[in-house]
Design a protein. Structure first.
Length: 451
């Protein structure tokens, strides 16, 4: 699967650079082989996915050993971490660049249908579920993207995205190790770091692109790049236009999900329109489940990049598909009749929030808040936000606790990006006759902040 590692594309001392430290493929493989020796036979391996060479080596090591790898948000708190470790049965491993594995060591990762990665992601209710991805699905996706973006060993890929999700890890690390492109991970995805990295291919979530567009000097430094790619959430049209004006590039947008990997994309050299995500990748079929006469409806998919199921949850897996076997994305979309270009219009559920490109289930944050002894009711929504796309707003019924204390409580128990950016105190969560929270009402004037 990681064809570049075995030398077919040659080697260089800075094949992979993360947060300022570089390694050759040989060094990376050496550290990964040490991990592979340690974890052989384990049920699953968990890696605290800091932005570091060690994370890359640990992921590659578990792939070499044929043991599924579970990347963890490095700041995940006890509630999140314990759930993931218990659910996956993973043992935590760390890579060490100072040590070499003894004896015969694997050098390649066969492409197979066996689980390669288990990525935990939020649903609309309950704790995060483990999305099982096979090597076959990952390889199919990376090859389709290499074709769509003309991505090759000639490229230097630059990004600074977290290494515990599809965007940063599958595309941003495994993609580089499969295509042989040099990788520069900037540690954090700041405009200055992107400007200084001198890449040909750049990945970012819309928040990253909007921050770059707000710093014209940083944006101008990307003029010499070959391709700018945006994904994980909708790229606002004004950000698209600013980037075009400042860099001369029309950013390519692509659409995906943890469960499906990237399935729809604009093409390098193809015409891209702001507000659209392009056409399905080779092998992917899409359909819109619209009411008769309507043009928009739920986007449903089939294809070789789809996940193998939610770990240990056959019922949730079955519920994610239609009766005739199409994956239900939960996203509302429309397709241009003439050129087949897809447009993502929104999400079916208010309980799935996208903030800074992170997917956060409202239920998970509500449960964390309800674990606080002072909170008696909680309802969490995503409010429109110019920087993050959506920001997490928590409406709580609570006494004797401040908003900042509740924010820190969620940040410490789950992880920092799941914390509410705003806490509003209310007297009761509005409910319908069935007792179901009426979340859409929460963002109206009726519930303007009172403390
Ligand atoms: C603030 N901080 C706190 C607290 N408040 N720490 C602890 N407790 C608190 N209460 C600190 C943090 O520790 C951190 O500190 C700093 O504030 C960061 O704050 P934050 O506002 O969260 O970060 P940001 O800089 O605003 O982040 C924006 C971001 C980030 C960089 C765009 O959201 C991001 O990396 N997003 C990418 C998400 C992603 O990759 N999604 C892909 C999913 P310090 O600075 O000291 O560390 S995969 C997907 O969607 C599919 C497949 C697809 O299509 O790609
Ligand atoms: P995740 O599982 O974290 O990868 O989140 C997947 C979700 O991100 C999708 O269901 C969409 O709602 C959203 N998403 C990803 N890419 C795009 C995009 N280009 N435009 C709009 N939404 C997107």
């Amino acid at each position: 699967m990681l064809t570049a590692l075995t030398g077919v594309h040659g080697d260089r001392a800075d094949a992979v650079t993360i947060a300022g430290r570089s390694a050759s493929y040989e060094e990376l493989l050496g550290a990964a082989q040490g991990v592979a020796a340690d974890v052989a036979g384990a049920r699953a391996v968990a890696v605290s996915a800091t932005p570091s060479l060690e994370t890359v080596a640990a992921v590659v090591g578990s792939l070499l050993a044929g043991v599924p790898c579970v990347p963890l948000a490095p700041d995940s708190g006890p509630a999140e971490r314990e759930h993931i470790l218990r659910d996956s049965g993973a043992v935590i491993v760390e890579a060490d660049f100072g040590r070499r594995a003894g004896g015969p060591a694997e050098t390649s990762v066969p492409v197979s249908g066996a689980p390669a990665l288990i990525l935990y992601t939020s649903g609309t209710t309950g704790p995060p579920k483990g999305v099982v991805l096979s090597g076959e699905a990952i390889a199919a996706d990376l090859d389709a993207l290499a074709d769509a973006w003309q991505w090759s060993a000639e490229d230097t890929l630059v990004h600074g995205l977290p290494l515990f999700h599809v965007h940063g890890l599958v595309l941003g690390v495994l993609g580089a190790l499969r295509t042989g492109s040099r990788l520069v991970h900037t540690g954090r995805p700041t405009p200055d770091a992107y400007a200084q990295a001198g890449g040909s291919l750049y990945f970012g979530v819309p928040t990253v692109w909007s921050r770059i567009a707000a710093e014209p000097h940083a944006a101008a430094a990307l003029t010499g790049a070959r391709l700018l790619v945006s994904g994980s959430a909708a790229l606002p049209a004004p950000v698209f236009r600013s980037l075009e004006a400042l860099t001369g590039h029309r950013p390519v947008e692509r659409y995906g999900m943890t469960e499906t990997l990237i399935t729809i994309s604009g093409r390098a050299g193809g015409g891209v329109r702001p507000g659209t995500v392009g056409t399905p990748l080779p092998g992917i079929r899409t359909r819109i489940a619209a009411e008769p006469g309507a043009e928009i409806g739920e986007l449903q998919l089939t294809g070789p990049t789809l996940f193998s199921g939610y770990l240990g949850r056959p019922e949730a897996t079955a519920a994610a598909y239609t009766e005739d076997g199409w994956f239900r994305t939960g996203d509302i979309a429309a397709v241009d009749e003439v050129d087949g270009v897809h447009r993502i219009v929104g999400r079916a559920s208010v309980d799935m929030i996208k903030s800074g490109g992170y997917r956060i289930g409202a239920g998970e944050v509500e449960n964390a808040l309800l674990d606080h002894p002072r909170v008696s009711e909680a309802a969490v929504v995503g409010a429109p936000d110019p920087d993050l796309g959506q920001r997490i707003v928590a409406f709580v019924v609570a006494e004797g606790v401040t908003g900042a204390e509740l924010t820190d409580f969620v940040a410490a128990h789950l992880s920092v990006h799941k914390r509410p950016r705003e806490v509003r105190f209310i007297t009761a969560v509005p409910r319908n006759a069935m007792g179901k929270p009426q979340k859409k009402r929460l963002l109206t004037d009726e519930f303007e902040e009172r403390t």
